[in-house]
Design a binder for this molecule. Structure first.
Ligand code: FAD
Length: 501
């Protein structure tokens, strides 16, 4: 067993407990110690995976990777009447999707309408394009915004309800959809998708590492998979969907495409190793923007643990060692990270009060992970974290005035301004960390994988973080989860249609 597999296996029970518990909402997310009923839940989560002995040598559609994009594609392929299988190399499903926190962006949704949020697909398109530096693949982006509302409805139909709204950096309205209680989206989403996979009896094999995609007569013919580290099996398929995620956990690839980032901590799951990109490149598939790697400004450096953007979206500010704000905290991630790197120690503190804590359930997890410092006064907080005391006092007072008047004359922030910093005060030290791979394999709006000449590779589809182009040079928070559901659905539908031919 490889080192990463041992690590993951060791945390399997707790992860499974948390994943399942998240279905139950706020109370469950707070849990840290498994109880007897949790142990039962964990056991049933384990049994959600199909025993290796049942792996067949032929399926209609093979899906590589059991993150959000892969499970979504599998559900659509099954609902289209096909017989799909999901092969996952790690001991558990979920990938980076299970780590996602802030939520899923979508415009003109039933949720926004019900809550009186005025939004439009065009506005969503324009803001994403602006955030991406104008370099986004506009055909993909148009498909994305136009299918975002139906993706929220599709999830709800499948029991995954995202009816609580927040805002992420670079977005002008509350279009980030998250679970009703404001908890992190990832574990809730993965648990919901797994439930749908199970109820449809879609086989999901873990510890199944796909090493190659095979071709015959110019068409995709299946995959080679290493099962349980011991045997290699060839599986034939009419279509293959690649949903292997990005390469944020592959240091060699980071160094190859962005040597300047080689020593950065990563927020990514261990399975984000770029396998899909490498396998598709071998088939002559084109790639785009592989050097476009996002660093996220609020990562707890020691562990690579991400502090969700929703904390700023619900009112937090960033201060430097001098106790001063230095940026519009709700600007896009590239700009906030760049500003942070100019501060002493290339670090900052995210500061918030009780109202923010109540609005973002993930903060309870940060507290249980002991990354949060709290105090009953700002002076005490400043002392504990080693920040200039009188300046922190002034900064928070002037921020609270800005919240009251809805005018941030210092940095022009206009969102995440509904909550003053009062009550108990909290701080988390943060630095930029590797977070998202914007680049990847080139696809069209049918999720067909394209060659350099623009022609599709027959029978090969891809969706999610393994693909490139949608986000341009900077991904907006909340747009990756939208990507995996919108294009995961499309990949499942298109692969099924191809397989039926
Ligand atoms: C900490 C964190 C927080 C985030 N928060 C948000 C957020 O709030 N909103 C948002 O929009 N985005 C967020 N993102 C980004 C988003 O979660 C990801 O981009 C997205 O979930 C990727 O989904 P995916 O299905 O493409 O890949 P993944 O979910 O990473 O799944 C890919 C799967 O493929 C498997 N795999 C890889 N290679 C192989 C192989 N050879 N054989 C078999 N299986 C393989 C992997 O093990 C993995 O399970 C966050 C990311 C992180 C890391």
């Amino acid at each position: 067993m490889k080192k990463w597999q041992k690590l993951v296996t060791g945390t399997l029970t707790v992860a499974a407990v948390l994943t399942l518990a998240a279905c139950g909402g706020q109370k469950a997310v707070k849990k840290t110690k498994p109880s007897t009923s949790d142990a039962t839940a964990a056991a049933s989560a384990k049994s959600a995976y199909t025993p290796t002995s049942e792996m067949k040598s032929s399926y209609d559609v093979v899906i590589i990777g059991a993150g959000g994009a892969g499970m979504t594609a599998a559900i659509e392929a099954k609902d289209a009447g096909m017989n799909p299988v999901i092969l996952e190399k790690m001991p558990v499903a979920g990938g980076n999707t299970s780590k996602s926190s802030a939520g899923m962006n979508a415009s003109e949704t039933t949720v926004e309408h019900a809550q009186g949020v005025a939004d439009s697909n065009q506005q969503f398109f324009d803001e994403t394009l602006k955030g991406g530096g104008g370099t986004n693949d506009q055909a993909l982006l148009r498909y994305f915004v136009d299918h975002s509302a139906s993706a929220i409805d599709w999830l709800a139909t499948n029991g995954i309800v995202l009816d609580n709204l927040t805002t992420t950096g670079g977005m002008s309205v509350a279009r980030t959809h998250r679970p009703s209680d404001g908890s992190a989206i990832g574990q809730y989403l993965v648990a919901g998708l797994e439930k749908n996979i199970k109820s449809r009896e879609i086989p999901l094999f873990v510890n199944s590492d796909v090493t190659a995609i095979t071709e015959k007569d110019g068409k995709i013919s299946g995959v080679k998979v290493k099962v349980d580290e011991t045997k290699t099996k060839t599986i034939s398929a009419k279509a293959v969907v690649v949903t292997t995620g990005g390469f944020g956990a592959n240091k060699a690839m980071i160094k190859k495409y962005r040597p300047d980032l080689k020593d950065y901590v990563s927020t990514n799951a261990a399975g984000a190793t770029g396998d899909g990109i490498k396998m598709i490149e071998k088939l002559g598939g084109a790639t785009v923007d592989l050097d476009k790697i996002q660093i996220h400004p609020t990562v707890f450096k020691k562990t690579g643990y991400l502090v969700t953007e929703a904390v700023r979206g619900e009112g937090a500010i960033l201060v430097n060692k001098a106790g001063k704000r230095f940026v519009n905290e709700m600007d896009t991630r590239d700009k906030v990270s760049a500003a942070e790197l100019k501060q002493t120690g290339q670090t900052a503190y995210i500061i918030f009060g009780d109202a923010t804590k109540s609005a973002v359930k993930a903060i309870d997890q940060y507290i249980s992970k002991k990354i949060v410092t709290s105090a009953s006064s700002l002076t005490e907080l400043a002392k504990k974290i080693g920040v200039d005391q009188s300046q922190l006092d002034k900064t928070v007072a002037s921020w609270n005035e800005a919240v009251a008047s809805k005018t941030d004359s210092a940095f022009g922030r206009s969102t995440g301004m509904s909550k003053a910093i009062t009550g108990t005060y909290y701080a988390i030290p943060v630095s930029p960390g590797i977070h998202h791979i914007m680049g990847g394999v080139k696809i069209n709006t049918n999720t067909e994988v394209l060659k350099q000449d623009g022609k599709a590779i027959p029978g090969l589809y891809a969706a999610g973080e393994v693909t490139g182009g949608l986000h341009g040079s900077n991904r907006i928070g909340g747009n990756a989860v939208a990507d995996i559901i919108i294009f995961g659905r499309q990949a499942g539908t298109q692969a099924a249609a191809y397989a039926k031919k």
